[in-house]
Design a binder for this molecule. Structure first.
Ligand code: 5GP
Length: 204
């Protein structure tokens, strides 16, 4: 708890550091994709992830989440750090076919913006319990389809959504407006309103 209160006082510094890393190490690819392989998606800056997890915990601890839910693979590290700070389990939705039977899974189909395909998102019924208060955390919010897929799994389980935490939101894509209709708190650390090879503009 002491650490969560400390993180709340440092949230602005943590957001400033994340934005600095995006400007210094991010690469804008054609088609509105931001590459952050050097600190978030492939090589991972664990100190930054620890701080990001603490900032999410500071924002959401008063909603008393029972679990943090994320999607493999790039949501796992920031979501895991948030779960650690909140002292709750991390549960991972899978994109790959699972070896357990379909009867043991909640499943939904999701369109992927980055890959231009669709995939089956699933989570074991054993880990998403009816009545659980679920904090969903992911690395990016773009079209909102991944987050909406996770929300459908939460609904199938009879659990409830406590909030949504996003590391990088692209506000020029429609994800936020789709998620707003859920009526739950959404907290994005870095919000990009436009980006090109010439530079990145932050949303207010
Ligand atoms: P959405 O369903 O909101 O379009 O996309 C969510 C997922 O797509 C995220 O979990 C993330 O893995 C991936 N994604 C979307 N946009 C970007 C991007 O600009 N850069 C990277 N690296 N991943 C992205």
């Amino acid at each position: 708890m002491k650490e969560i209160i400390f993180a709340a006082t440092r949230s602005d510094t943590i957001i400033a550091e994340l934005k600095r890393r995006i400007l210094e190490n991010g690469a804008v690819l054609p088609g509105g994709v931001l590459r952050v392989d050097s600190f978030l998606n492939q090589q991972i800056d664990m100190k930054l992830m620890r701080d990001i997890g603490a900032a999410f915990a500071a924002r959401f601890h008063l909603f008393h989440p029972d679990i943090v839910l994320t999607i493999e693979s790039s949501g796992i590290v920031p979501a895991g750090q948030a779960a650690l700070a909140l002292e709750v389990p991390l549960v991972i939705c899978k994109k790959q076919a699972s070896r357990i039977t379909q009867a043991e899974l909640y499943e939904t189909n999701v369109q992927s913006f980055t890959k231009g395909t669709s995939y089956e998102l699933s989570v074991s019924k054993a880990f998403l319990m009816p009545g659980a208060r679920v904090l969903f955390i992911d690395d990016f919010l773009a079209m909102g389809e991944a987050a909406l897929g996770a929300c459908r799994l939460i609904e199938q389980a009879g659990a409830s959504l406590a909030g949504i935490g996003i590391v990088i939101e692209k506000t020029f894509q429609p994800g936020r407006s789709k998620l707003d209709s859920l009526g739950r708190p959404i907290f994005s650390l870095a919000r990009i309103s436009s980006m090109s090879e010439a530079g990145i503009t932050w949303a207010e």
